[in-house]
Design a protein around this ligand. Structure first.
Ligand code: TXA
Ligand code: MG
Length: 340
C-alpha cells in the first residue's frame, strides 16, 4: 500500500517536516488522489479550529478523517456494518468515504456534534507516508484545501493561489489523478446510500455489494454533507451550462454584447467558424474519467482569465457522468440569477 521507494529523499524529508508541524498544531495542505486536503491532527482542537477559520467553513459541516491503514478503522469508528467492510476492503486506499458511527476517539469538533464520522484511506503515496509518519494513534482531519464553496484544488499551485500565506506548509504531490472528490456512502439499517457521487461510480459500488444503492444526492440527506449544498464548487466567474445545440449561438450573443467567454466542450462540436476574439474555446476529453481529472484545473485556469462567463456544454446523461454533472450543476447554481 505504501511504496516509500517511489518517493525522493527530498520528499520524504518534507513529509517528516509536515508531520512534525501537524503534531504541534500546524495546518498542512497535502495531496490525495481526489483533490488536495487541508489537514490537521484530528486530536488537536486548536489546529482543527484553524482549518475551519482558514477555509471560512461553517463549523457544523463535519470533516473527513483520513487514516493510513484499514487496521485503524476499528479505533476511530464502531458498529461497522458488513457492507462497509466489503467496500473498505475493495476500494481502500481510494476515493471512497464511509460514514460510520464514531468511536470515543473522534472528538465532537470533527463531526459538528453528529455521532457519525466520514472516514477514508487516500490512495496517494505522499498522503500515506504523511499518515505513517504521524503514527497509528493519529489521523488527519481534512476538507478540500479551498475556500468554502469554491473550486477544489487539484494541484499545489491551486492551493498556493487560494491559501498560501494562511497555512503552515503545502506538500506538493503533483496533479491529482482522479480530480473529483471522493464518493460518500452512508449506511442505515441494511440500506446503502450514496450521499455524494464522486471518484467511484455508483455501479462499481453496487457490483461489489451485489445490491442496489440509494442515490441521495438531490434529496435532503439525513446527515450534513456540505458538498450537497445547491451552490458549491463554484468559480468566481459566472458559470452556465448549455446543451450542445445552443452553445454556438450563446457564445455569439454574449460576444455581440461585448462579453468575453470561454466555451468548454466535450463533444465533437465544431466551433472553428466562431473565430471571435471575445470567445475562447477549450476541449475536455470525451471520456468521463479523463474529463473528471481535468475539470477543476480547467475551471481554475479560466477563472483567472478575466472573462465574463464560463459556458460549459451539458454533460451526457449517463451514470458514468453523474459526479461531473453534480459538480457542474452546483457550480452553476450560484450564478443562476446573473443576467448573462
Ligand atoms: O475527496 C475528498 O473527499 C476530499 C479529500 C481531501 O479527501 N475531501 C473533501 O472534503 O472533499 P470536504 O470537506 O470538502 O467534503 C467532505 C464532505 C463534506 O461535504 C462533509 O459535510 C461530508 O464530507 N461529511 C463529513 N463527515 C460527515 C458525516 N459524519 N456525515 C455526513 N457527511 C459528512
Ligand atoms: Mg470541499
Amino acid at each position: 500500500m505504501l511504496d516509500k521507494n517511489k518517493l525522493s529523499q527530498e520528499k520524504l524529508d518534507q513529509i517528516i517536516t509536515a508531520a512534525r508541524l501537524m503534531k504541534t498544531g500546524g495546518v498542512v495542505a497535502f495531496p490525495t488522489e481526489t483533490v488536495y486536503g487541508l489537514g490537521a491532527d484530528v486530536t488537536n482542537a486548536a489546529a482543527v479550529r484553524k482549518v475551519y477559520e482558514i477555509k471560512q467553513r461553517p463549523t457544523n459541516h463535519p470533516l473527513i478523517v483520513h487514516i493510513g491503514d484499514i487496521a485503524f478503522l476499528k479505533y476511530w469508528t464502531q458498529a461497522i456494518p458488513e457492507p462497509a467492510w466489503t467496500l473498505a476492503n475493495h476500494f481502500w486506499p481510494g476515493p471512497l468515504t464511509l460514514i460510520l458511527k464514531r468511536s470515543q476517539h473522534i472528538p465532537n469538533y470533527i463531526t459538528g456534534g453528529q455521532d457519525t464520522v466520514g472516514i477514508r484511506i487516500p490512495a496517494h503515496s505522499v498522503a500515506l507516508a504523511l499518515l505513517h509518519a504521524l503514527g497509528p494513534d493519529r489521523a488527519i482531519a481534512a476538507p478540500s484545501a479551498n475556500l468554502f464553496g469554491k473550486i477544489s484544488p487539484t494541484s499545489a499551485t491551486h492551493v498556493r493561489a487560494a491559501l498560501d500565506k494562511k497555512i503552515d506548509m503545502i506538500l506538493d504531490g503533483g496533479a491529482c489523478t482522479i480530480g473529483l472528490e471522493s464518493t460518500i456512502v452512508g449506511f442505515n439499517r441494511g440500506t446503502v446510500s450514496v450521499l455524494r457521487p464522486g471518484g467511484i461510480s455508483v455501479s462499481a459500488i453496487e457490483s461489489v455489494l451485489g445490491k442496489t444503492a440509494i442515490l441521495c444526492q438531490n434529496k435532503k440527506p439525513a446527515t450534513r454533507v456540505s458538498g450537497s449544498l445547491p451552490a458549491h464548487y463554484a468559480p468566481t466567474t459566472p458559470l452556465k451550462l448549455y446543451p450542445t445545440e445552443v452553445i454556438f449561438q450563446t457564445a455569439r450573443i454574449l460576444s455581440t454584447r461585448n462579453l468575453r467567454s470561454v466555451v468548454i466542450t466535450w463533444s465533437d462540436i465544431d466551433l472553428s467558424e466562431l473565430n471571435d476574439s471575445n470567445i475562447h474555446h477549450a476541449r475536455l476529453p470525451k471520456n468521463p474519467v479523463s474529463y473528471g481529472k481535468h475539470l477543476y484545473a480547467t475551471l481554475h485556469q479560466y477563472d483567472h482569465a478575466s472573462l465574463d462567463c464560463i459556458i460549459m456544454e451539458t454533460p451526457p446523461e449517463l451514470p458514468s457522468w453523474l459526479a461531473i454533472t453534480d459538480r457542474l450543476q452546483r457550480a452553476s447554481f450560484s450564478h443562476i440569477s446573473t443576467t448573462i
